[in-house]
Ligand binder design. Structure first.
Ligand code: LLP
Length: 426
């Protein structure tokens, strides 16, 4: 579900024609819808409200300060994985008490900064990290609170190998059979209160089943720990909730909650979630302009001014994003959001960027109406893991970001300049 639709053949974000944004801000540009972001955030918050869940929005998916501020104002907590993300959240006015800090490689500097900020929870991922956290908390004279990231050894077969994390053989978390000993040892430590369990199975997870399996295993562990007198107060079920890359193909937050909530009712656990994609993905498009078209053997290429440097997901994960024109021919029916969509008079093309890599493809084998120079294309479902993964490879300045609200829009990150490319080299 999103707020991008066609009116009289022109693609709008809320009440703003995308062509207006391209004209004023240039291309490539990321365009986000406030209404879609809020719709999805509120969807997650209300789906799990019965258990008074804290929704810690995953900053890694889309971390622009203005987006973080929007969500902080909604009462969101935040999931951060670096000192940089922590500083973003603090700069955006996020509540430190609702911050969870995850990641297998937290540095001393990052841990100190998080302790000094008074964050809510560290998601601890190894014995050595726990000891280091305890040492630093002791040195600073503060009490740290932590959850143990447990690896439940479940996964979703549809999740790309690069983004599955819940299997035993990953660098993430601690095997569930080691968790008991971990808690016993941690209970003796005066500087860290370890009273939570953190799970994250991968991203995206296309059904509630893997969550149910992972949570059931975690509840078994919690029961066992409680029997041994170790108190577990928090269960963080991570992120990974899917978003619609193809219309109607993913469960909503309410669908996941329907299967998850019954497991957790009456368990005396504070519930945390770390959704990123489900909130940000459908809230953004990458708007790009056609530079050239050309024939290569049997293939037709449409070369655009965005590239893998702006959106790396297709090149890295063979991810598929809809790509549709921002303006349709007179009387043409709006595209349906399916990959087998075939418009009248359409031709099959590869939409590619200008980077010197064969993998620089935004969309392969897409049937689109004939395109010419300066035509605008919108790459859909690009809000999550879009701008945040952008690079300056080939010395390409990163795109601007624009936030739409109703009839107005504002630039929330200016387009980088050539000076930005080498500012740190002086
Ligand atoms: N919590 C943890 C511990 C995570 O590792 C992640 C994502 C999340 C939460 C948020 O997951 P989400 O709700 O957004 O699915 N770049 C990849 C996705 C990598 C996800 C990494 N971890 C992509 O573009 O698909």
């Amino acid at each position: 579900m999103d707020h991008f639709d066609y009116r009289n053949g022109r693609l709008y974000c809320e009440d703003v024609p995308l062509a207006d944004i391209a004209e004023k801000v240039g291309t490539p540009v990321y365009v986000y819808s406030t209404a879609t972001l809020l719709h999805h955030y509120r969807g997650v918050a209300s789906a799990f409200a019965e258990l008074d869940a804290t929704v810690c929005y995953s900053v890694k998916s889309l971390g622009n300060l203005h987006i973080l501020k929007l969500l902080a104002d909604e009462g969101a907590g935040f999931d951060v994985v670096s000192g940089g993300e922590l500083s973003r959240v603090l700069a955006a006015g996020g509540d430190p008490k609702k911050i969870v800090f995850a990641g297998v490689g937290k540095t001393d500097r990052e841990i100190r900064e998080a302790l000094q900020a008074g964050i809510g929870w560290f998601n601890v991922e190894s014995e050595m990290e726990f000891d280091n956290l305890a040492r630093l908390a002791g040195e600073l004279g503060v009490q740290a609170r932590a959850s143990l990231r447990v690896n439940p050894d479940v996964f979703d077969p549809r999740t790309h190998a690069y983004t599955t994390t819940g299997r035993k053989e990953t660098k993430f978390g601690v095997d569930i059979d080691r968790a008991g000993a971990f808690f016993t040892r941690a209970a003796e430590n005066p500087d860290v209160t370890l009273d939570g369990i953190h799970l994250h199975i991968g991203s995206p997870i296309y059904s509630a089943g893997p969550y149910v399996d992972a949570i059931s295993k975690a509840l078994g562990l919690i029961d066992e720990l409680r029997r041994r007198g170790i108190e577990v107060k928090v269960l963080n079920i991570g992120g990974g909730f899917a978003a619609d890359y193809e219309e109607g193909k993913s469960p909503s937050a309410a669908d996941y909650a329907r299967d998850i909530l019954p497991l957790l009712k009456g368990k005396g656990l504070q519930l945390l979630l770390e959704p990123g994609r489900q909130i940000a993905c459908n809230a953004g498009v990458l708007l790009t302009k056609v530079l050239y078209t050309k024939q290569g053997g049997e293939k037709k290429f449409v070369i655009v001014d965005a590239a893998m440097t702006d959106l790396i997901r297709p090149a890295l994960y063979e991810a598929k994003h809809f790509i549709y024109p921002a303006r349709l021919a007179d009387g043409a029916a709006p595209p349906v959001r399916r990959f087998d969509y075939t418009p009248e008079g359409g031709e099959v093309v590869d939409i590619v960027g200008g980077v010197c890599e064969t993998s620089d493809v935004l969309g392969a084998g897409r049937c689109l109406p004939p395109l010419g120079r300066d035509d605008l294309l919108a790459v859909f479902s690009a809000g999550a893991y879009g701008f945040v993964m952008a690079s300056q490879y080939n010395a390409r300045p990163r795109p601007a970001e624009v936030l739409v609200e109703g009839e107005s829009f504002r630039v929330i990150r200016r387009r980088e300049t050539y000076e930005d490319l080498f500012a740190a080299e002086k």
